[in-house]
Design a protein around this ligand. Sequence first.
Ligand code: PLP
Length: 471
Amino acid sequence: MTADSEPSDGLNVPADVLAIDDQTMRRLGYLMVDRTIEHIQTLGSRPAISETEPTELMNLLGGPPPRTPHDLTEGLALLADVAGENQQHGDHPRYFARVAGPAVFPSILGDWIGAGLQSVASSWGGGSGPTAIELIACRWISDAIGFSADTDAIMQSGGSLANITGIVTGRHVNGDGVIYLSDQTHSSLSRSLPLIGQPVEFIRSLPSNAAFRLDPNELRAAVMADVSAGRRPTMAIATAGSTNTGAVDDIGAIADICDEFGMWLHIDGAYGGPVALTQRGAERLPGITRADSFVLDPHKWLFQVYDMACLFVQRPGALEQTFAMYPEYLADAAGRAVDLHNRSFELTRRARAFKLWLTIRTYGLDTIGLAIERGIALAEFAQSVIESIDPLEIVTPAQLGIVTFADPRVSNAGHVAAAAALTADGYAAVTSTVLAGRTVLRLCIINPATTVDDVRGTIERLAQLLAERAN
Ligand SMILES: *Cc1c(COP(=O)(O)O)cnc(C)c1O
């Protein structure tokens, strides 16, 4: 430290101890913008997934705790070129594994500005602007889906947290008892239920039917059996677009059973929920407006930067009843300014909604609906390509952007190996899944930038890799 910068306030540490000069901030800020745009423009010609051997990667990025300064430009380059490269690129046009995350530029911008302004959405008093943005973005979606006007909402990091927040709310409001789900319910829910104190003997995981849907007859039978044994059914969990096959449970029939037995209906639309925003949304997801609680993941099919899920609760006040931290809130509940920290486990919360608000405002919900529509059509196109290649067979038809298929000559392990070979090659990323004990290939195609050639090229390569493994 020079004599000039010696602290004059009598403290040992100067006020600019962590300051970065203006010129450096601008230079690196612009560099980050350029790097992001280069990523967007060149992604399609690079591998869909990259991975480095663990020890090598940890060495490249690690070392002993840095005690002294390091060059900021170099650090940023390590993040961009090493950390950010070694991952699945959910925004790649041929990323068909698990669930893609094809983020759009307005979402990136919204996240940047929220970070740059250190925006916080915890309470009205401490963050009325970010709170308003979150309430409004959720309201836009809620209204477009057709939920009642007094539906409450809260954003969470992802479907895992949002689903469990909805379930905790339902259980708090509706009381303890038996919770019903199916063997196709997302694994994060089966993991979380015991962890939130739901006794395992009060969790019914019902076998799905031939179409991998929760069977309402099975549900009714299980509910009746519990009632006659003196147990209290309290909640059913339905799925609107399963991660495995895109199947939509028979929500109308499930909702009828919930009404009859006074059960809370939670719908997991983490994957498929955004389909409600397409023109034929109500027809594709019939009955979803009957949910007591409903989740969708904007970081999947609403083109958002990670991370973000929305939870909607169609019982006004139920979230606050469950999560309000301060009893004084209850005193003046009417006409209140919303404190979002009273709606989930989170207290300090970032302005997660900026990106979604900017995305919806920029494109409009109709255009977003069309972009979702294209994913549905691409999966239907994939099905037609698969059907045209002998001996491939469709295992589950294209449903909400997902199609599964198999080569009857190839073993389960052969399917896993074919998916791994294509992914290792870098052309596309695909994964297998297991349906009723059978390993199948699964394509989840929700990136609107994906072309029919991308789809055809991927299936033809997979068909070849499967043929090489035929018995
Ligand atoms: C992805 C997914 C989840 C989990 O969501 P995260 O955002 O990964 O936490 C839950 N349910 C379904 C149906 C999903 O597809």
